[in-house]
Design a protein around this ligand. Structure first.
Ligand code: BGC
Length: 936
């Protein structure tokens, strides 16, 4: 209480700016004052096999009672922890006057492959008081260049692919490859560097290395393949060792992507590359590499495994001889074959993985099991992506058949129509009677329901027989959002599951049908939302590298990355090349993402310019994809004029490239792109809008107005005039949305921007089709591709759609930024905007976000006499709090006014502050916990 009072006094004394004032109970415990959360680049904590020899450093100030601001910092970097902090042999930043705590570039001696580096940081607070040095953090570089590899690609000699009649693509039977080696001295450390053209799991002495899945992941394999590094020091015996690798087709060699491009894969066969480097205590080294000395077989238990089609396991083929397994020492290999080696291509870069691997992240127990015809269907209660883990009694020789689906038909059977040609089928053949425990290794499925048949029928199926193993990229969830409305909470959960389901190494459109591709337009829609939901900074930065690599020579950017679809470039999709780096920068404060992508972004502008005729773009686009009630011949395409869409995105990309140039200090470019943006705006307005702000080209649509206003393409006066026309479009639709992939993300932000958050709220809380809560009311547990993916009365949409498509989850951004009220005021949240919208639709909203500076949280509650805000601001930041001045009423109450004014009677931490509030009702606060009450 006393602390709160003191904070208030500080506030009153400083004209509404709460400075960092010394508060009671100032801790003398030096540890609690140390910098914390030491990370490098996009959030890596003490990584090994790191990808970047010129890293940058980030830390957080401690979140303690005092409001600390950093005034100076010092970073020291050394090759040995004993040299820290006083003899940093690699770099000493010296004392730098700055409040920056994120992405500080290393500027020391050149670092090399395998090098282990130690670092520490300290800061001085606003009073000039130094903190203690932080704990020592470290990183170890991976193999940074192809020259570091002595290993060769290996694969079984004379591979036996079997032809699939229907698709005419080869199925590559998974391989087991092995070698043995002796290490006769005491081991100091051992590292395994490994990757595959395909997907692999590696084993030493019978134990799996690491807990990653589907490694190395999915990049443009012709340009770059990511490598993994594992610390295997404790897995190697002094004496004999066995080293085994399982290899399957994965994204690289499997039936993946659109059918018309499968012929390109006909010649590709899976290969693996591994280099085990052992260092002994005496300083000597041993190298075990993939080479001619390995042997291989395709007669293992994983008979087939493909990403779309599933996995077939036959336990009769298990590679065990007299209790010795194939990956253990002494296993006989007389029936195994030689391997074929291929030398490394110099133009395919082998680079350490630059984001996090995928893992088994969560387990979903089955909630029920129902008999339908003579099959049993398990319901996990949640549409998910990953594999099943089964524990099922079987009889020798039986083959268990597992089928997967996102939904069920009216008769309770599996709904698989939306899977396209992806079979998603797993099989397990038992070699003896007993309970089988199994989880597929080299495939993934999108499903909520699992159907099984072919087990020991003397047992009654139990829910414990099937568990859903949820797999996605190993990042932490960063944001939370909960409100008093269960449907809104379900929507939030669906958005979160849309991310979990489509962030398996790359951002995908959907995870279940024969597609699962890195569609750029879907990513463009969802990136901002995803950056709140999860710490997806590294994930996006890695995918942007793939986009750079896939950019065409004519500067076009493909619609799918890695590119599996050929030379297709499309407005509103390919613009992700510009919008996503900007979104990532804005949410994280990382200017590297802009610097790394700047060249691609400006080349993309050139491509755009090549599509202009008299200032209007004629770039190809499928348009406002999946707009409901479209009258176009192909009803998947929205009604908004294509040239309007392409011209709007040209201008939008110019605007963001101009801003990027400014951030990067490229003055001339900034001015040039700014000028081009102004010109593009003028052309846009003149061509598409009349003097009354009314659209004059093509069909009147919500999306046309949303793009124009959302991208700031009309002058102020015309914008004002366009507003009634936009609102008329919502009225004409009975207060519903009529937008597809391009318009939907803009609805709420644009309505909010024009001062009509009330209309945005009406749309967000709408229950009837099409709306966000409509799918919730129809039982959705993920975001759907189509607004009417399933309806209780009509069943599944006629044009079968994916039930796990994140694009419409883009509404999340507005829920977090405005309904909860947490958004960055400057890039990376060093200045935070807390501006919640309070509405009678809800009695509370509570959200939090793990920002680069620490936890931000915002909660508002509405009761009969007050609106209460509880806010937490992290150290070294300031927040501008916009104190609510009114409550948004519910539409159906038919009140004359759409808002109810609050009294303006405001208290901060129990102290009235009405008089000291500026007229705009804004407070600037520094780190701390605050309670603001506004009387109704
Ligand atoms: C994908 C979409 C994508 C679209 C573009 C679809 O097949 O699933 O999400 O953006 O094609 O044409």
């Amino acid at each position: 209480m006393f602390i709160q009072k003191l904070k208030t006094i500080c506030l009153l004394l400083t004209f509404c700016i709460l400075p960092a004032c010394s508060l009671v109970g100032e801790t003398t415990d030096p540890v609690s004052k140390q910098p914390q959360q030491l990370k490098i680049n996009q959030g890596f904590v003490n990584p090994i096999g790191f990808y970047d020899a010129t890293p940058n450093f980030s830390w957080q100030l401690p979140q303690i009672e005092q409001s600390i601001q950093q005034s100076r910092y010092q970073i020291v970097v050394a090759s040995n922890p004993e040299l820290l902090p006083n003899q940093p042999d690699l770099w000493d930043s010296q004392v730098v006057t700055s409040n920056q705590t994120t992405f500080i570039d290393y500027q020391g001696k050149a670092l090399t492959s395998r090098q282990k580096v130690y670092w520490q940081v300290k800061y001085w607070d606003q009073h000039g008081q130094p903190s203690n040095w932080s704990e020592i953090a470290h990183f170890e570089l991976g193999l940074l260049s192809n020259q570091d590899w002595q290993a060769q690609w290996i694969e079984i000699d004379n591979q036996q692919p079997i032809k699939l009649n229907k698709f005419k693509t080869p199925i590559h039977i998974p391989q087991h490859l092995r070698t043995e080696f002796a290490s006769n001295k005491t081991i100091n450390k051992a590292r395994l560097y490994i990757t595959a053209k395909g997907v692999f799991e590696a084993f030493i002495n019978g134990k799996k290395i690491g807990d990653d899945i589907l490694t190395p992941g999915y990049t443009p394999y012709k340009k770059r393949i990511e490598t993994l590094t594992y610390d295997v020091t404790n897995m190697i015996n002094q004496g004999k060792n066995a080293f085994g690798i399982q290899l399957a087709e994965g994204w690289y060699a499997g039936r993946f992507g659109p059918k018309r491009h499968w012929h390109k894969k006909l010649e590709l066969t899976p290969k693996v590359l591994a280099q085990l480097e052992i260092e002994f205590v005496d300083g000597s080294k041993q190298l075990v590499i993939t080479d001619k000395n390995w042997c291989a077989t395709q007669n293992g238990p994983v008979r087939t495994s493909g990403l779309y089609d599933g996995e077939r396991y036959d336990a009769n083929f298990e590679l065990i001889d007299n209790k010795t397994a194939w990956h253990q020492v002494g296993y006989p290999t007389s029936s195994w074959q030689a391997v074929k080696t291929t030398t490394l291509e110099q133009d395919v870069l082998l680079t350490p993985k630059r984001h996090f691997t995928s893992k088994n992240k969560e387990e979903l127990p089955a909630l029920s099991v129902t008999k339908v015809a003579d099959k049993y269907i398990f319901d996990l209660g949640q549409n998910m992506v990953g594999v099943p883990r089964i524990k099922i009694p079987m009889l020798k020789g039986q083959t268990l058949n597992l089928r997967f689906a996102e939904g069920i038909n009216a008769d309770g059977s599996l709904y698989t129509k939306n899977l396209g040609s992806a079979k998603q089928l797993d099989f397990y053949t038992a070699k003896q009677d007993g309970v089988v425990e199994w989880q597929p290794q080299f495939t993934f499925h999108g499903f909520r329901y699992v159907e099984i048949s072919g087990f020991d029928e003397s047992y009654q199926p139990q829910t414990s027989w099937v568990t859903g193993i949820v797999q996605y990229t190993d990042f932490a969830l960063a944001g939370s959002f909960v409100s008093s409305n269960n449907q809104l909470n379900q929507l939030q959960s669906n958005i979160e599951w849309g991310l979990k389901g489509n962030f398996l190494d790359i951002p995908t459109d959907c995870p279940q049908r024969s597609e699962r591709l890195g569609w750029t337009g879907d990513a463009l829609a969802f990136a901002n939302t995803s950056l709140f939901v999860a710490d997806s900074h590294a994930f996006w930065a890695a995918w942007m590298q793939s986009i750079r690599e896939e950019q065409f020579e004519n500067h076009g950017v493909p619609v799918v990355v890695p590119n599996e679809v050929g030379e297709i470039v499309q407005a509103g999709w390919s613009d992700a090349a510009v919008t996503i780096p900007w979104d990532v920068y804005w949410r994280t404060g990382d200017t590297d993402i802009l610097a790394e992508n700047y060249d691609m972004m400006t080349r993309w502008i050139k491509y755009h310019q090549g599509q202009l005729k008299d200032g209007i773009s004629h770039m190809w686009t499928v348009g406002d994809w999946l707009q409901p009630y479209s009258t176009m011949p192909d009803s998947r395409r929205g009604e908004t004029d294509n040239t309007l869409i392409s011209s709007a995105f040209y201008a939008r990309s110019l605007d963001l490239v101009a801003r990027t140039a400014k951030v990067l200090g490229k003055q001339q470019d900034w001015q040039d792109y700014q000028r081009l943006f102004e010109q593009a705006k003028r052309d846009f307005q003149q061509h598409f809008f009349d003097a009354n702000g009314r659209l004059k080209v093509g069909i009147q649509t919500q999306t046309a107005y949303l793009l124009a206003i959302g991208f700031d393409l009309l002058d102020a006066e015309t914008t004002q005039k366009a507003v009634p026309h936009l609102l008329a479009q919502f009225d004409a639709a009975g207060g519903h949305l009529r937008t597809g992939f391009l318009g939907t993300p803009l609805i709420a932000p644009v309505l909010d921007k024009i001062g009509r958050a009330d209309v945005a709220l009406d749309l967000v809380f709408k229950q009837s089709y099409p709306s966000w809560l409509y799918s919730v009311s129809q039982g959705a547990t993920t975001m759907w591709e189509r607004w009417d993916g399933f309806t209780f009365d009509k069943g599944y949409a006629k044009k079968a759609g994916s039930l796990n498509h994140y694009a419409y989850g883009a509404i999340g951004q507005w829920l977090y930024d405005r309904l909860a009220g947490i958004s960055p005021l400057t890039a990376g949240y060093q200045n935070i905007r807390i501006a919640p919208i309070v509405t009678e639709h809800l009695s509370f909203v509570e959200a939090s976000y793990q920002s680069p500076h620490g936890l931000i949280s915002s909660k508002w509650q509405l009761n009969s006499s007050t609106v209460t805000l509880d806010i937490v601001i992290p150290a070294n930041t300031t927040a501008q709090v916009e104190i609510p001045t009114h409550i948004f009423n519910k539409q159906e109450q038919n009140k004359a006014s759409r808002t109810t004014k609050l009294t303006g009677d405001v208290s901060l931490n129990g102290q009235p502050i009405k008089q000291s509030l500026p007229s705009n009702n804004q407070l600037t606060l520094t780190a701390g916990k605050y309670k603001i009450e506004v009387k109704r």
